[in-house]
Every structure is written in structure tokens, then in C-alpha cells.
Design a protein around this ligand. Structure first.
Ligand SMILES: NC(=O)c1ccc[n+]([C@@H]2O[C@H](COP(=O)([O-])OP(=O)(O)OC[C@H]3O[C@@H](n4cnc5c(N)ncnc54)[C@H](OP(=O)(O)O)[C@@H]3O)[C@@H](O)[C@H]2O)c1
Length: 285
């Protein structure tokens, strides 16, 4: 299959390139190669390559920045996805688009399944939800894949890192580290998302999917596992979200159950702890 990956040099995109190039012909699109907010750019890039499948990892996803500039966030997360869906549909190309656990408000306090109603609390999440709807409703052969707390070897380009790399840096530089113990989710390595994506695109079961590691953990518990695995000695303490100034409303519980993936028999996702240990042993230098 010829697959064009948008955001190929990003955190998730680079692991997708690595995983999928073993079996497929990959076209790597970085931001200089395609501007998804611009329909003409999308049309000409896609027509020049004629892929069988487009995978979109591009997003406007610095959450506080999206509050300040909702138009810019909607241009990428909403209109950008609409452009991809329209062009894919016109040219009979399949589309896989990534979304987020942040579409939920956290009130359920139990793992969210694909049938649960979203209720985005902030601009980033609302614009990502619009992108989901554009992908699913403007393209007949599309997958929307929600991921959560992602971390990979290549740092997130928009955020300049990820939770794991930030913790390792803080442990080195600070006398002590405090991490919230009342925000619960399932952090997921991008390498595992790439593996499950490789299995999903072998099917024609289009639609909405949750794709996160198994289990659930607070950010503090996750940090504690990093400390234990790496033998870090800097004091680490639990904190509350109330201890930090609230800049943007977020869900404090966003665990997802991979119900639709499991129904397809795709079981590539590790539990969060073995995913983390694997990442720390193999990918952190
Ligand atoms: N980080 C998380 O914890 C998290 C959680 C849930 C969901 N997600 C989702 O996961 C996906 C991947 O995140 P990531 O960490 O891999 O992101 P990333 O490292 O920031 O990579 C995003 C890529 O998309 C490119 N891009 C951005 N805007 C573009 C545009 N308008 N047109 C074309 N390309 C554009 C970026 O290029 P430049 O950098 O050169 O602009 C970069 O190559 C996103 O959809 C995000 O919403 C992330």
C-alpha cells in the first residue's frame, strides 16, 4: 500500500514511518510539504502522490495556546481535517485521523467507550471533536483513532517534549518534584500506537476507535514508575490539581477502553507499566 503520513517528523508520525515502512511504501509529509489548512495545498500534494491511504497526525495541540487563538486551533484541527476528508473522498483515498481522550469531560469516572458522548471542556478538545466529525462524515472510508497521553522517542514538536522526557529533565535539574495525583488517564507509547495502527489499516472496519495502553494511572503514579525504573533519587511528591493555577479546564479522568479494537481482535496495546518500562529501556538514552 502507498501511505502518505502527515507530520512524518513528529512524535507519532516518526514511529508510524518506522513501523509501516517495513511493509508499505511510505511518503513522508512534513509541514513544508503540505499545509492542511489550505485546500489547494492538500489537493496538489495528494494529486502529486496518489496514495492509497493518508494518515494525519498534524494538530494544533498546545492546549493553553488554543484558548488564546481558537481560530488558529480550528483552522488546523477542524478545517484542516475537513480538507483532508473532502480530498480523500473525491479521490477515493482512505483516511486515518488521530484524535484525543480530551473530547470527554471526565465525569464518568470509569473507562470511556466509543459509544460514550463527548463533552469537550476546552477549545483544543472542541476543535478536535469537530475534526472527528469531519473525518467520519465527509469521508466514507475513514478511521478516527483517539489516543491519550502519548510519548515517543522523537519529542512532540508542538510541545518540545513529553511527560516522560519532562520528568527525566526535572529529576536532574530540580531539588524535588511534585506531580498531580488526581488527574487519571492512560499514557501510551507512540510505538504501540503505530503497531496497532498497522493492524487496523489491514481491515476495512472504518469508524471510531480508542487506542490507549491498558489500565489507568494518575500522573503521580506514572512519574513514580519512571522514578522506580530509572532509579532516580530526587524526592518525588504527590500534589493536587488544586495546587497549580488553573489556566484551562481539563478532564481529570480520561481513561479509555479499546472496545472497538478488541472487537476486531486487535490486541497490540500493552498495559501502561510494561509500555513505559519498554520505552525507558529501549528508547531513552
Ligand atoms: N501529546 C499528547 O499527549 C496527545 C494526546 C492525545 C492526542 N494527541 C494527538 O496526537 C497527534 C500527534 O501528536 P504528536 O505529539 O505526534 O504531534 P507533533 O510532534 O507536534 O507533530 C505534529 C506534526 O504535524 C505537523 N503540522 C502541524 N500543523 C500542520 C499543518 N497545519 N499542516 C501540516 N502539518 C502540520 C507538525 O509540523 P511542524 O511542527 O513543523 O509545524 C508536525 O510534523 C495529534 O493529533 C494530537 O492531537 C496527542
Amino acid at each position: 500500500m502507498k501511505i502518505a503520513i502527515i507530520g512524518a517528523n513528529g512524535q507519532l508520525g516518526s514511529d508510524l514511518v518506522k513501523e509501516l515502512s517495513a511493509v508499505h511504501q511510505i511518503v513522508e509529509w512534513n509541514h513544508a510539504d503540505i499545509e492542511i489548512t489550505d485546500i489547494d495545498s492538500v489537493n496538489s500534494a495528494v494529486k502529486a502522490v496518489s496514495p492509497d491511504l493518508i494518515i494525519n497526525t498534524a494538530a494544533y495541540h498546545v492546549v493553553p495556546q488554543a484558548e488564546k487563538d481558537p481560530n488558529a486551533a480550528f483552522a488546523v484541527n477542524g478545517t484542516g481535517t475537513l480538507n483532508l476528508a473532502r480530498v480523500s473522498q473525491d479521490l477515493s483515498i482512505r483516511l486515518l485521523h488521530y484524535s484525543t481522550d480530551y473530547v470527554f469531560d471526565g465525569q464518568k469516572q470509569a473507562p470511556y467507550v466509543e459509544e460514550d458522548s463527548p463533552n469537550p471542556l476546552n477549545v483544543y478538545a472542541a476543535t478536535k471533536l469537530s475534526g472527528e466529525q469531519f473525518a467520519l462524515n465527509y469521508s466514507d472510508r475513514s478511521w478516527v483513532v483517539r489516543v491519550s497521553g502519548i510519548y515517543g522517542k522523537v519529542p512532540c514538536r508542538a510541545k518540545g517534549g513529553n511527560f516522560v522526557t519532562t520528568m527525566l529533565k526535572l529529576a536532574k535539574e530540580k531539588p524535588e518534584v511534585r506531580v498531580v495525583n488526581d488527574e487519571v488517564l492512560t499514557p501510551t507509547p507512540t510505538a504501540d500506537i503505530a503497531k496497532a495502527t498497522a493492524a487496523l489499516i489491514q481491515t476495512d472496519a472504518y469508524g471510531l476507535y480508542h487506542m490507549s495502553s491498558e489500565g489507568q494511572v494518575s500522573w503521580y503514579e506514572f512519574a513514580r514508575a519512571i522514578w522506580d525504573t530509572m532509579g532516580l533519587t530526587t524526592p518525588l511528591y504527590p500534589a493536587s490539581v488544586k495546587d497549580f493555577p488553573v489556566t484551562v479546564k481539563r478532564p481529570f479522568y480520561s481513561v479509555m477502553e479499546n472496545k472497538a479494537l478488541k472487537k476486531l481482535g486487535i490486541s497490540e496495546m500493552n498495559d501502561w507499566k510494561s509500555g513505559l518500562i519498554n520505552f525507558l529501556k529501549n528508547q531513552v538514552r
